[in-house]
Design a protein around this ligand. Structure first.
Ligand code: SF4
Length: 307
């Protein structure tokens, strides 16, 4: 285990700790959030760990989160099914409205601890920092200049700090209530760092990591990443595997697509040629061509579907 990384993460959490309220610790139910939860305890900082239910969480994840008495569960105002009808389209890789509405809405005006890691995605790689501040860019940059803070601007206009010193700490304390500010203590940890740390502290993490048959490319040796059921980020194979494994969710998605089509008709919105009905929307969504599929018979993931 990389003791230096662990010590630095603990120092970050201690040093950026807000003076008047607990941290808001973003707990997803995955291995990275278990890691920050343990780190926050080791650091002895005040925190409130919150899991934002997405309504399309894996059932095993919901159970795992509920079994963790340190974590408080927050329910969203609208379910994924309601959002799909309201937005008039399913979430896609490029238009992930559900993350913003279901996962990232909590902790407004609070200093957040996240389990974001560079190793998890290229965009995080490019945009991350040990502290990231989003919102009010002109004001925060002006303040950063005035306070002589060592910062960078990432490609999305966020302000990133990679140093733990007095100026940076005072700056964060001053900014976090009016922006979205995140402390990312395990930003540069590898998968191996995370697993070694969790094993060392006796945490097995979400049982989904031990399941070996969740789909061949998405989860070759157990589930590498825990996400929502049929998250578009899983790609075609991962989405199809979820639909086969969890048919109740598949049926809920189909019902949501049917309501979505009704709403589009009521609003007089154009309906794409490939969205003939809920089933064809689902085929399009998982990367098949519904206009071609009828030639090959019913796809596996639609067998026994409610509509
Ligand atoms: S389905 Fe994917 S994109 Fe949507 S909230 Fe869940 S993780 Fe985010």
């Amino acid at each position: 285990m990389d003791i230096a990384k662990e010590k630095r993460a603990i120092d970050y959490l201690k040093n950026f700790q807000p003076q008047s309220e607990p941290y808001y610790l973003c707990y997803s139910g995955g291995k990275d959030s278990d890691t920050i939860l343990i780190l926050a305890k080791l650091a002895g900082v005040n925190f409130e760990a919150v899991h934002n239910l997405t309504t399309v969480d894996e059932p095993a994840t919901v159970q795992y989160v509920k079994s963790n008495l340190d974590v408080w569960i927050d329910t969203p105002q609208k379910t994924m099914w309601q959002l799909i009808a309201e937005k008039g389209m399913p979430p896609t890789r490029l238009i992930r409205y559900c993350c913003e509405k279901l996962k990232e809405h909590g902790g407004k005006g609070r200093l957040k601890i996240t389990g974001v890691r560079r190793a998890e995605s290229t965009s995080r790689n490019a945009n991350g920092g040990f502290v990231k501040i989003i919102g009010k860019p002109k004001t925060t940059q002006r303040k950063a200049e005035e306070m002589d803070v060592d910062y960078e601007i990432n490609s999305k206009g966020g302000l990133v700090l990679n140093m733990d010193n007095d100026e940076n700490r005072r700056f964060v304390e001053m900014c976090y209530r009016t922006t979205s500010t995140m402390v990312n203590p395990i930003l540069d940890w590898t998968d191996a760092d995370v697993w070694e740390f969790l094993h060392h502290y006796g945490c097995r993490s979400n049982p989904l990591y031990e399941v070996k048959d969740l789909g061949d490319t998405y989860c070759p040796v157990g589930c590498k990443r825990i996400g929502c059921v049929c998250c578009p980020m899983k790609g075609s194979k991962g989405m199809k595997s979820d639909l086969i494994r969890l048919p109740k969710y598949r049926d809920n998605y189909l019902r949501a697509f049917s309501r979505m089509l009704e709403t589009r008709r009521e609003k007089g919105l154009k309906i794409p040629e490939k969205w003939k009905d809920a089933r064809s929307v689902m085929m399009w969504w998982v990367g098949d061509d519904p206009l071609q599929m009828s030639l090959f018979g019913e796809p596996e993931y639609l067998k026994g579907a409610c509509m």
